[in-house]
Design a protein around this ligand. Structure first.
Ligand code: 5GP
Length: 125
């Protein structure tokens, strides 16, 4: 369910279409709670998007409305994907854009997983 004051979930958003298999994506991982694929415009040698299987618009929506099992399953999947990609030893960065000020473009909650090189400052400037 959307958070009060935010728009409802758009079932035609691009990640919903990827989840339904209507649009191809470079799949990295899938389980009951999460689906992961390579970002179409990578910002690092490894740039994976991890999304929950459920219909959540944003982190605000997911954190407020997803079940404990969905949240635990999703977070465990993010950790497993990073480990399986060999990113634990060198390190990696997770990022979730929420809403207008963060520049969230796709209204299905997603975590960016970046790695493969030193990633610099957390926020430029
Ligand atoms: P946001 O700004 O919403 O946090 O990030 C959206 C991300 O989705 C961007 O990094 C963008 O490159 C990626 N993206 C947008 N459309 C597609 C697509 O059709 N396929 C894939 N694989 N990534 C996409």
């Amino acid at each position: 369910m959307p958070v009060s004051g935010l728009p409802p979930y758009d079932t035609q958003n691009i990640f919903a279409r990827i989840l339904r298999g209507e649009i191809p994506a470079g799949k990295v991982y899938e389980d009951d709670f999460a689906f992961a694929f390579n970002d179409i415009n990578p910002q690092a040698p490894a740039h994976v998007l991890v999304i929950p299987k459920g219909s959540y618009c944003s982190f605000a929506d997911f954190s407020a409305s997803a079940s404990d099992a969905e949240i635990a399953g999703f977070i465990r999947a993010v950790g497993k994907i990073a480990k399986d990609l060999g990113l634990e030893a060198p390190g990696y960065r997770l990022l979730a854009n929420m809403g207008e000020h963060a520049g969230q473009e796709v209204p299905h909650f997603h975590v960016h997983l970046f790695g493969g090189r030193p990633l610099g400052r957390m926020i430029p400037g």
